[in-house]
Design a protein around this ligand. Sequence first.
Ligand code: SF4
Length: 326
Amino acid sequence: MTSNPATGRALTPKKVAAFRSGLLAWYDAHARDLPWRETRDPYRILVSEVMLQQTQVDRVLDYYRRFLEAFPDAPSLAEAPTSQVIALWAGLGYNRRAVNLQRAVAAVVHDHGGVWPANPEALRHLPGIGPYTAGAISCFAFEQPVVFVDTNMRRVLHRVAFGPEVPEPLASESEVLRVAAEVLPTDDAWRWNQALIEFGALQCTAKKPACLVCPLRTICAAAPGMQAALASVVRTPPGQGIPFTGTNRYWRGRIVDALREAPRHRLGALQLGATISPEFDAERLPWLRTLADGLARDGLIEIALSRAAASGGWAAHLPDRPARRG
Ligand code: SF4
């Protein structure tokens, strides 16, 4: 299904009204109390948004609290040694997020005099800030009526307006964004965008949407065929996907973990190799160096020449200065 050629809209005005009232009522009844919903501080909202990328809410809560205890405001994070930021990120994964977060905050502190831009276009000029995060900060910190979609929001909008997104999406990204703009109540954008995210996380989930008890089922294009569409998707049985161990991302994570644990966050190359793999030997130094160079380009580690006999010629350490623009 695409938009109605007569109106250019995917949803009739009556359905838009029912969508808004149904979703907002559901949100008021079911929304979780989450700390980033109780603040309008753009720094705290950015921290939460970066942590929530690829990590579940339940896991993020504790990290969020500890991170803000260590770095309660933008200047404290901007001036911290990157090694300390990466150390605190241990267990969250995707360490690049920590460095990019610090770079974005440092840009606000140093390039904007500590004043956060409120509109998404300006926010996108900050290092590592994509369209979703820019929209989220603009809406959740400054209550701007901004259209943006993450995975949960996209799924809900697609299902309600077009139908099941599996086995293949029925609408393009731009069509979904057009629906997002159509349904956004501009006088209640903060609550609306929070509601879309929460609904996608709790009710209209990827694999088990609760269609039978859904307040939107009478207007949802996906409702009649959703369960059949999900059943038609061949899922990879657990453990039969591409093995994570052995991927570059796996080894990059091992290197950062080894440096996190090392005295002064520093290891000679041979020691580093032996720490991440018992099979490591000197012949694998070029492989290790390629991985280390990639991490250094991303600002996660620094590499220094080393004359120590057992080092392998170079050593790696977590950056002991604050991150600046990449
Ligand atoms: S009816 Fe099902 S697919 Fe449609 S919005 Fe509700 S939970 Fe999602």
